[in-house]
Design a protein around this ligand. Structure first.
Ligand SMILES: Cc1cc2nc3c(=O)[nH]c(=O)nc-3n(C[C@H](O)[C@H](O)[C@H](O)COP(=O)(O)OP(=O)(O)OC[C@H]3O[C@@H](n4cnc5c(N)ncnc54)[C@H](O)[C@@H]3O)c2cc1C
Ligand code: SF4
Length: 461
């Protein structure tokens, strides 16, 4: 049944054409059919020491659910894929597979890695279609945990606490749960109903979601400490970075999250900052990561006249997922590599007219082995633009309640935790981007899961 990689080649999930998909915010990939999922899974060679499993931050039981999928045993595949993961269908869509499980697949040596992400999404989408639900403990203890932030870290923590029979109450400052899954990652990568469905399962199991509730403003952190057996902090790291260049704060110069959140809120029909608009404008996005790709692709869907991505290295050295770069290119984004911003140019009225750039080249490798970027003398040039978007990374927000409660931060502003995800304040745990700095959904999911285990051990001790 398995090891069919000689007879069957890797086939990725079908996607809509670039021209078609920029007309809307719908997902671009199709979900595998039953036969395609079974055939693609049957290519797996069932390694004794599976590198894919080791490389997946959650240590997903990949070879096991591939075998079950090859055998068309959907119930088993669904149970196996949900055991270590709080939302496998989501991760199957948005993990940078080429850098994680698929990158380390033994067949990724010319045969073509197994399409792990697409099979993971298939298993769950198909199972939901057939009415299957993830197993959550229904008999609850009287123990209660407060979770600050209903993003991937918080939702993961809630999932695994509920499975241990611990009641959870989440507090989130946004109108909807999901964190960056909801207000950052655009709908063409992840359908928003995926998150609503998972939140629905948690609510059915008794989780209480308090939206529009900012801890430190609408409710005191100290009250949570008093009322709950433990507190988990998963508040993310969404403070954007602007380039320190002249004109960087001109009007129509936005931070990536300001832009993406405004458009997402518009798509939800929520209140948003209407001054953030790119229709018929020439948009320049500075940065080369996944967030930059989300900004350029969102700009196209918002009917920008032209969209250019400026990055100081080249395509091979972009920090994000290759797949997202290819998708952006197919949709019509222009890329200007080896270029670094020097000044945002404005006219007398303060409107942006362009951006002055300088050519770069790659020099000696630094301590991490990555080649340093250096500017090429006298190589300035101007790119015409009406809107500039900075997608240059994120830092944690420093909340007063952390310092006021003696919760130690590292030098980047991340919450320090021990091996059990407990902060310097006993009973207060943290995970996800607010601990690691801006990272991935899958690592936030891991932190939430591991913190939940540690919390359960401590409060049931
Ligand atoms: C544009 C963009 C695209 C990305 N694309 C990908 C991708 O394709 N794949 C991938 O793996 N990762 C991606 N990431 C990274 C990923 O989204 C994050 O690593 C992940 O969401 C971190 O999860 P988290 O739960 O730690 O934080 P967040 O998702 O930021 O959630 C934090 C939650 O805390 C809430 N909150 C904050 N402060 C308070 C407070 N004081 N009181 C109450 N609630 C509060 C917020 O409202 C939010 O809901 C992307 C990030 C961005 C910005
Ligand atoms: S969670 Fe991410 S890394 Fe793990 S198997 Fe799924 S797609 Fe791969």
């Amino acid at each position: 049944m398995m090891q069919k990689f000689f007879d069957l080649e890797r086939i990725d999930a079908k996607k809509r054409s670039g021209g078609e998909r920029i007309k809307d915010f719908n997902e671009i990939y199709e979900v595998f059919s039953v036969n395609k999922a079974s055939n693609q899974s049957a290519r797996c060679i069932q390694c004794g020491d599976p590198y894919c499993h080791n490389k997946c931050p959650l240590h997903n039981l990949i070879p096991h659910w591939l075998k079950a999928t090859a055998n068309k045993d959907l119930e088993l595949a669904f149970a196996l894929s949900n055991e270590p993961s709080p939302f496998p269908e989501v991760l199957g869509k948005i993990c940078p597979h080429d850098r994680l499980c698929e990158g380390d697949c033994t067949l990724n040596d010319g045969h073509g890695a197994i399409t792990i992400g697409s099979v993971e999404t298939f298993i769950n989408e198909k199972a939901f279609e057939q009415g299957l639900k993830p197993m959550i403990q229904t008999k609850m203890s009287d123990k209660k945990v407060a979770i600050i932030g209903a993003g991937p870290a918080g939702i993961s923590c809630a999932t695994f606490l509920l499975r241990k029979g611990i009641q959870v109450e989440l507090f989130d400052k946004q109108a909807r749960a999901g964190g960056l899954l909801t207000y950052g990652i655009p709908g063409f990568k992840l359908d928003k109903t995926d998150i609503e469905r998972r939140v629905g399962f948690l609510k059915e199991a008794g989780a209480i979601f308090n939206q529009n509730c900012e801890v430190g403003k609408d409710i005191a952190f100290e009250d949570l400490i008093k009322k709950f057996d433990a507190v988990f902090i998963g508040v993310g790291a969404t403070k954007g970075r602007r380039a320190t260049i002249k004109g960087a704060d001109a009007k129509s110069s936005y931070l990536a999250m300001e832009f993406l959140t405004a458009i997402q809120k518009k798509n939800f029909g929520e209140e948003y900052d209407k001054s953030i608009a790119v229709k018929d404008k020439r948009v320049v996005v500075i940065g080369g990561g996944d967030t930059a790709m989300d900004c350029v692709r969102t700009s196209l869907r918002e009917k920008a006249r032209a969209v250019t991505c400026l990055y100081r290295r080249d395509a091979n050295n972009m920090p994000g997922s290759k797949k997202e770069f290819i998708n952006a290119r197919e949709e019509g984004v222009d890329f200007e590599f080896y270029s670094s911003p020097k000044e945002v140019l404005v006219d007398e009225a303060g409107d942006i007219i362009g951006i002055k750039m300088i050519r770069t080249e790659l020099g000696e490798a630094d301590e991490s082995g990555r080649q340093r970027v250096q500017e090429v003398e006298n190589s300035e040039f101007v790119v015409d633009a009406d809107v500039v978007i900075f997608a240059l990374g994120f830092d944690p927000v420093k909340y007063d309640f952390l310092e006021a409660n003696g919760i130690e931060l590292d030098k980047w502003g991340g919450i320090k935790v021990d091996k059990n995800y407990e902060s310097s304040k006993s009973g207060v745990y943290a995970g996800g981007d607010c601990h690691r700095g801006a990272d991935l959904v899958v690592t936030a999911a891991l932190d939430g899961r591991e913190a939940a285990k540690a919390i359960a051990e401590k409060i049931f001790a």
